[in-house]
Write a protein that binds this ligand. Structure first.
Ligand SMILES: CC(C)(COP(=O)(O)OP(=O)(O)OC[C@H]1O[C@@H](n2cnc3c(N)ncnc32)[C@H](O)[C@@H]1OP(=O)(O)O)[C@@H](O)C(=O)NCCC(=O)NCCS
Length: 569
């Protein structure tokens, strides 16, 4: 999960044909956000970045379907009209990017949003970004930098400064800490979704384990966040930095909202109140990554699958399932309408959703696609292919021949993915339990395997010395920001082996897939099913070829066998 934006939300852009509208549409689209339309009065019928432009929000809704979010890029005096139009059309989340929106207009938008049960972020906001899932507004500037700077993880960020939202996430990422969602609440004195409201959303988000709040002097946003903690409405750890320590009463500190008036909203007052309510205070901005790491390390370890499935009682004859719900004219996979998912997400994303219950980001979908492509087929010699083709040559129907192939995927063929995944997980667990670096834990593991004379699953290949699929998968995981502890440990084990034995035992495709499944939070027991799912189309192709190109009852390797049993007796 993530808050406010993910890969499924359908996004509209008001003011799409303006200078910023065009530039940021490119950012959002390239980052994987589902931008489905834009609105500029008088420009209906045109396109921006291949996205259709409409004259009104209602027309856009009628033509492209449900709109979950509208991002507004129209000049400040026109924001009120644009926002009211979006709320009136039924959009429940707005992001108001412009600065200098008149405060009375903001109050009117607030009232309309409350009436319609809608929410808005901003005004004067850089927007919202969920790493690897989507971005609303201007956060990251361009998709390439947004991908470079941030990676997915368990820390939520809420900030009153746009630049510091990105900087906080950037410095956390440099320290190896990923983010769930970055929210810039906006720099004005009145904003639609202040810190406390963002904290309530993070409280509900399973993915977020800790929140970093970048506060400022002025307004009562930080005090409200402290009150929320005191009332038990926010119970996750909160790391806080408050800017403006040196500002004197009456001076405005950068943003319109950052001003101390009549002794209210001071730095000291905010820090004292938050500390009293249990927040971790960073005195200097540079301390945020260290404090965050220390607090995260104290939290209980989470297993790859966050929620254990509910077990049915043995005497319960009533079937329950959390996978798919069927009603008349409505099919829902893990809560999502299948007809809405169709054409919006990839098959790989749907597989992830079916298996884990969570809709993955577009980037996870891309990486899963690559995994499936990497293992789709590997010639006629693998045991599963031989089994499938042999069965097919006997006249077995497709289902039987393909099943023969699938039944041949076991510990010694395809099974290395799960073994490798468990190997990497055990090395990560021992690094954590013994407070060791990844390199030290990897070296101990390699020594233990060498002493027992065991093979390292996921390393070395009977044919390839540098499996081309491995480099591609790991390169993609780095580029997409998905490579995490799993990939780091895989590389540490490869390096430790080379160092200790004096020869290279390169990672093979099973090892690469194993590490990526860890970093995509997929459970070990499903590891080999990814190989089965990947190989299924290859087996179908092989069986089809056998049936259509070969004579039945084919003699496979007719000369390459001999009898070495007892002599005639
Ligand atoms: C909002 C803002 C980004 C617009 O800047 P811009 O893109 O340069 O402005 P433009 O005039 O080129 O484009 C605005 C577009 O909105 C359109 N527009 C006006 N009213 C509209 C409405 N009700 N609905 C939809 N579009 C509307 C205009 O027609 C124009 O499109 P056009 O150029 O095709 O005619 C700018 O005014 C602003 O506030 N910038 C600061 C943003 C910022 O720093 N935020 C805080 C970050 S921390």
């Amino acid at each position: 999960m993530a808050i406010l934006i993910d890969a499924t939300r359908q996004v509209l852009i008001q003011g799409i044909t303006g200078r910023e509208g065009i530039a940021r549409t490119r950012l959002m689209k390239d980052y994987g956000t589902r931008v489905i339309g834009g609105v500029t009065p008088g420009r209906g019928g045109s396109e921006v970045e291949g996205i259709p432009v409409f004259d009104t929000v209602r027309e856009a809704w009628d033509k492209v379907g449900t709109i979950d979010v509208s991002v507004i890029f129209v000049p400040a005096p026109l924001v009120k009209n644009a926002a009211l139009e979006a709320i009136d059309a039924g959009i429940k989340l707005l992001v108001l990017v412009p600065d200098r929106v008149p405060i009375y207009d903001v109050l009117e938008i607030t009232e309309a949003a409350e009436r319609a049960n809608a929410r808005f972020i901003g005004p004067n906001t850089l927007g919202v970004l969920s790493p690897g899932k989507g971005v609303l507004g201007m956060m990251g500037g361009q998709a390439a930098s947004a991908r470079d700077w941030f990676f997915p993880g368990s820390v939520g960020i809420t900030s009153r400064s746009g630049g510091m939202t990105s900087s906080t996430a950037y410095y956390l990422a440099q320290a190896g800490i990923g983010a769930s969602t970055l929210v810039h609440v906006g720099g004005d004195a009145v904003v639609g979704t202040p810190h406390a409201e963002v904290l309530k959303l993070f409280q509900q988000d399973d993915e977020t384990r800790l929140v970093v709040m970048f506060g400022e002097i002025g307004t009562s946003q930080e005090e409200a966040a402290a009150d929320l903690m005191a009332s038990g409405g926010f119970t996750k750890p909160l790391v806080v930095y408050i800017g403006g320590k040196a500002a004197k009463s009456g001076t405005r500190f950068s943003h319109a909202g950052a001003i101390i008036e009549g002794g209210r909203g001071t730095h000291e007052g905010k820090v004292a109140r938050l500390r009293e309510c249990g927040a971790y205070i960073a005195d200097s901005f540079a301390d945020i990554p260290r404090i965050t790491r220390e607090v995260l390390d104290k939290l209980p370890t989470v297993h790859p699958v966050s929620k254990p499935p509910k077990r049915a009682k043995t005497d319960d004859l009533h079937w329950t399932t959390a996978v798919t719900q069927i009603k008349s004219n409505e099919i829902r996979l893990r809560g999502y309408r299948v007809d809405e998912l169709m054409g919006s997400i990839t098959f790989s994303q749907a597989i992830y959703l079916a298996l884990t219950g969570e809709l993955p980001s577009a980037t996870i979908g891309q990486l899963l696609d690559a995994i499936f492509v990497s293992s789709i087929d590997h010639g006629v010699t693998p045991p599963s292919t031989l089994a499938a083709r042999t069965a097919a040559s006997t006249g077995a129907p497709y289902n039987a021949a393909i099943a023969a192939g699938l039944l041949s995927i076991n510990q010694h063929h395809g099974g290395a993915i799960e073994d490798s995944l468990r190997l990497i997980l055990s090395a990560l667990e021992s690094a954590e339990a013994q407070n060791q670096s990844l390199e030290t834990a990897a070296a101990s593991l390699v020594v233990a395997y060498q002493n027992e004379g065991k093979r390292l699953p996921g390393f070395g290949h009977r044919v390839h010395t540098a499996d081309p699929r491995t480099a591609r998968l790991l390169g993609m995981a780095d580029a997409l920001g998905i490579a995490g502890q799993g990939v780091a440990m895989l590389r540490a084990i490869e390096a430790a082996y080379a160092e200790l034995s004096g020869r290279r035992l390169p990672v093979n495709v099973d090892g690469a897939i194993a590490a990526l499944l860890i970093d995509m939070k997929l459970p070990p027991e499903l590891a080999n099913t990814f190989f089965m799912m990947a190989r299924l189309p290859g087996l179908v192709a092989q069986v089809h070829e056998e049936k259509t190109r070969q004579r039945p009852m084919r003699a496979i390797h007719p000369t390459d066998h001999e009898y070495d049993g007892p002599e005639a007796r």
